[in-house]
Design a protein around this ligand. Structure first.
Ligand code: FUL
Length: 693
C-alpha cells in the first residue's frame, strides 16, 4: 500500500513538473567551458620574466638572457599561497612583450635555455604545472602576441613562429583553463631588440581566427581571452572594477584586440549577440612586474576587498596579479595581504542568514509549480531556481524571519545557463510596518553582491522591475560581514584635527593619547568624530569588532606641532597646502633650486628636524635624494644647513624619511632639494612635518 502511494505521488509530481516546461534559453548563453571558468571566480596572474630582473614593465627584448637568474624560485610557494587565499588557478606570463620565453622553446634562443637558472636546463611552465597539480589549481598561460625581440616581428614569418610557440604551450603542459592574448599587442612593433619600429595593423596582422582554431583544436576546454573574447573579455580597465551594470553579452563582431572603444567593455552590450563575460584583471602592486620601490605600495586588505566586490560582486571574475620577486617567490607583504583577503572573503560569506527563514513567498511562481518555487533560491544549488511565467518580467519574492536579522550584504544569482535576463531590480526591507528601499540596481548575471549599511529586519523583499525575458533566479543570500580588522588610518589636517579611519562603518575605533596600548587600557577613548590635537602626542588607535571583541593591530602616529599657522614664504612651491595637509594621496612641488621651501612656523620652537614623505605615485620618480635643511630666527639669515644628507635607498624604498639632530631655536625653516632621482626640475612631496624638541 505504502509503495503504491509513493508511486502515485511520484507520477503526480512527474506529470506536474513535465506539464510546466522550464523557461526557454534566452540566447546567447554560455558554453560549458565558459560556465566552468565563471565558477572559478578568483584566480591569480603571475608576471615574472626578464623584466623582473631589469626593473622594467615593457622590456625591449635586448637584455642579456644571463640576467634571468632567480635564486630561490619555488612554484610550490606560489601555488601554496594562491590555494590558501582561495584562488582556483594561476595564469603565467610564459612570454611577455620582450619576447623572453620561460619554457625551452624551439622557436627562439631568447629563452631560459640561455639563462644561468638551472644551467639553462629549467622549464618554468612545467614547474608551475606540477605545482598547480599538487595544490589542485588550474593552469592558464599568457603568451604576448607582441614580441620586441623577434627579428621577424611584423612579417608573416612571425605569425608562424607565434603559432608554433602556442602549439608548444598547448601540447606539452596538460590541460589549460585559459589562454590570455593581450590587447597591448604592438602597432609600434619594435623588433629584434633594435628599438626600431615596424608598423603593423592590429586588426589584421595576427589573423586571429586561425590562431583561435589552434587553441580550439589542442585545448577545447580552454577559454580564450582578449579584448574581444571570443570566450572571455577584458573589462576595459586595469584599475580593478567592472561597472555596476555588467552584461555578459557583447556585440563581439565589432570588437578586436586593441579596440579603441574599450570603455564599453566595463558594461558589455545589453543587446550583445555573443556570450563574452568580463574578467577583471589588476595587480596587487602598482606595476605588473616586481619593483622593490613598490614594496610599500602593495594593495591593502580594504583595497583588495573593494576589488573583490567590484569584480566577483559585479558579475565578473577576479584575476589578481602577483609580481613574483627576484628570488622567484611571492613577496612576504603580498603574501600577507593576499591571505588576509582570502580569509576575509571567507568570513564575509560564512553564514547565510536565509538558512533559518520562516517563510518565502513570491508574487508569481511559474505554472504554480514546486520546481520553480522561491524556496529554490535558498537551497545552495545554482542549478535550481525560482522562475516566473513566460513574458513576466516584473515580480518579487519576500522572505520572512521569526526573529530580526542583521545583515550588510545581499547576494543574488541568475541561472545563466538560461541566459542573462534581469535589467533592473531593487531590494526593500520592512521597518515599523513600512517598506524601505535599501538598494536600487540594474543587472545581476552569474553573481551580484551588494554592500549596504548594516540593516536589521524580519522581512526582505527583492523586486525585479524589468528583465529581458521571464525571471530565472537561482540563489539568494543575506550575510552579516564582520568589520575588517586592519590598522586604522591616522592623519592630522592643517586645522589640527586628527582623523582615524576604519574601512567599515560598523567597526568601533578606540584610541589613547598617553602612549598606552588601547587594547589593554580600559580608559581608552572611543572615536566618534575627528578631534583637535595641538599639543605633541602619540595617538595609538585600534579597531574592534563589537560582536567578537577582536581587535586589529594597533596603529600609531607621533604628532608634533600642527601646521595650522604655517605660512609659505616666496613663490618657489606649488600646491603648498597639499604638502602640509597630513595626507599622502596628493602632493605639492618644490622647484629644484637653491631657494627651496621656506616656511614661517608662526612662532619660535626648538627645532630638531623634519619628516618627509615622497610622492606616492606610480609614475613619478621625483623623490628627493640629497637635501639641505636650514633654521633661522628671522627668515633672512640662514647660515649653514643644520642638517644635510642623502636618502640613499629612496629610489627603491620611497617611504617616509625622518631626520633629526638639529636641536636649534628658530621660527623659519628652509628645505632645499639638492638632487632628485629623476634629475627633473622639481621635487614632489606628499607630506612634510616639523619635529621639535
Ligand atoms: C597589459 C600589458 O601591457 C601589461 O604589461 C600586463 O601584461 C597587463 C596584464 O596587460 O596590457
Amino acid at each position: 500500500m505504502k509503495k503504491l502511494t509513493t508511486l502515485i505521488l511520484a507520477v503526480l509530481l512527474f506529470t506536474q513538473c513535465s506539464s510546466v516546461p522550464a523557461p526557454k534559453k534566452l540566447e546567447p548563453t554560455p558554453s560549458p567551458r565558459q560556465l566552468a571558468w565563471q565558477e572559478m571566480e578568483f584566480y591569480a596572474f603571475i608576471h615574472f620574466s626578464m623584466n623582473t630582473f631589469t626593473d622594467d614593465e615593457w622590456g625591449y627584448g635586448d637584455k642579456d638572457p644571463k640576467l634571468f637568474n632567480p635564486t630561490n624560485l619555488d612554484c610550490k610557494q606560489w601555488a601554496r599561497v594562491c590555494k590558501e587565499a582561495g584562488m582556483k588557478g594561476i595564469i603565467l606570463t610564459a612570454k611577455h612583450h620582450d619576447g623572453f620565453c620561460l619554457w625551452p622553446t624551439k622557436t627562439t634562443d631568447y629563452s631560459i635555455k640561455q639563462s644561468p637558472w638551472k644551467n639553462g636546463k629549467g622549464d618554468l611552465v612545467k614547474e608551475l604545472r606540477e605545482a598547480c597539480d599538487e595544490y589542485g589549481l588550474k593552469l592558464g598561460i599568457y603568451l604576448s602576441p607582441w614580441d620586441r625581440n623577434n627579428a621577424n616581428y611584423g612579417t608573416p614569418a612571425y605569425i608562424d613562429i607565434f603559432r608554433n610557440q602556442l602549439r608548444e604551450l598547448l601540447t606539452n603542459y596538460g590541460e589549460l583553463f585559459e589562454v590570455w592574448f593581450d590587447g597591448a599587442n604592438g602597432g609600434d612593433g619594435y623588433y629584434g631588440g633594435a628599438r626600431e619600429t615596424r608598423k603593423i595593423d592590429r586588426k589584421t596582422f595576427y589573423d586571429w581566427p586561425n590562431t583561435y582554431k589552434i587553441v580550439r583544436e589542442l585545448q577545447p576546454n580552454a577559454c580564450l581571452f582578449s579584448d574581444a573574447g571570443p570566450d572571455v573579455r577584458w573589462v576595459g580597465t586595469e584599475e580593478g572594477f567592472a561597472n555596476k551594470t555588467n552584461w555578459s553579452t557583447l556585440r563581439r563582431d565589432e570588437v578586436w584586440p586593441g579596440w579603441p572603444h574599450y570603455v564599453q567593455l566595463r558594461s558589455g552590450h545589453e543587446d550583445g549577440n555573443y556570450w563574452v563575460p568580463a574578467e577583471v584583471n589588476t595587480s596587487i602592486r602598482p606595476g605588473w612586474f616586481y619593483h622593490e620601490r613598490e614594496d610599500n605600495m602593495v594593495k591593502s586588505l580594504p583595497q583588495l576587498m573593494d576589488i573583490y566586490y567590484h569584480s566577483v560582486g559585479r558579475n565578473g571574475t577576479f584575476l589578481l596579479n602577483l609580481p613574483v620577486d627576484r628570488r622567484g617567490l611571492i613577496h612576504p607583504i603580498d603574501e600577507k595581504n593576499l591571505i588576509a583577503l582570502g580569509k576575509q572573503i571567507k568570513e564575509d560569506f560564512e553564514n547565510n542568514l536565509v538558512s533559518s527563514y520562516a517563510e518565502i513567498t513570491a508574487s508569481e511562481v511559474r505554472g504554480n509549480n514546486e520546481r520553480y518555487n522561491p524556496k529554490q533560491l535558498l537551497d545552495n544549488n545554482i542549478d535550481t531556481y525560482w522562475a516566473t511565467n513566460d513574458n513576466v518580467v516584473n515580480a518579487s519574492f519576500t522572505i520572512t524571519f521569526d526573529e530580526p536579522k542583521t545583515f550588510n550584504r545581499i547576494l543574488l544569482q541568475e541561472d545563466i545557463k538560461l541566459g542573462q535576463r534581469v535589467k533592473k531590480f531593487h531590494v526593500e526591507i520592512q521597518k515599523d510596518g513600512k517598506w524601505n528601499t535599501v538598494a536600487d540596481e540594474t543587472t545581476i548575471g552569474y553573481k551580484r553582491i551588494l554592500r549596504i549599511p548594516s540593516t536589521t529586519t524580519t522581512k526582505v523583499k527583492v523586486v525585479i522591475d524589468d528583465a529581458k525575458a521571464s525571471i530565472v533566479l537561482s540563489t539568494f543570500g543575506l550575510y552579516d560581514a564582520p568589520p575588517m580588522l586592519v590598522e586604522p588610518k591616522l592623519f592630522r589636517t592643517q586645522d589640527g584635527k586628527v582623523y582615524i579611519i576604519a574601512p567599515d562603518q560598523e567597526s568601533k575605533i578606540y584610541y589613547t593619547l598617553d602612549g598606552t596600548n588601547p587594547v589593554e587600557n580600559t580608559n581608552r577613548i572611543e572615536y566618534t568624530a575627528p578631534f583637535t590635537l595641538v599639543k605633541k602626542a602619540i595617538v595609538r588607535a585600534v579597531i574592534e569588532n563589537p560582536k567578537t571583541s577582536k581587535f586589529s593591530p594597533v596603529a600609531h602616529r607621533k604628532f608634533d606641532i600642527p601646521s595650522t599657522n604655517w605660512k609659505l614664504i616666496g613663490r618657489n612651491v606649488k600646491d603648498f597646502k597639499n604638502i602640509i595637509n597630513g595626507q599622502s594621496h596628493n602632493f605639492g612641488q618644490i622647484k629644484k633650486n637653491k631657494k627651496g621651501m621656506i616656511i614661517d612656523l608662526g612662532k619660535t620652537y626648538t627645532i630638531d628636524g623634519f619628516r618627509y614623505l615622497p610622492i606616492q605615485n606610480r609614475w613619478s620618480m621625483n623623490f628627493i635624494k640629497k637635501y639641505a635643511f636650514y633654521i633661522s630666527m628671522d627668515g633672512k639669515r640662514w647660515g649653514n644647513p643644520v642638517l644635510k644628507g642623502a636618502f640613499d635607498n629612496i629610489r627603491n624604498h620611497p617611504i617616509e624619511q625622518t631626520v633629526t639632530g638639529a636641536n636649534r631655536k628658530g621660527r623659519y625653516i628652509k628645505f632645499v632639494p639638492i638632487e632628485t632621482i629623476d634629475n627633473g626640475k622639481a621635487a614632489s612631496i606628499a607630506s612634510f612635518d616639523i619635529l621639535t624638541k
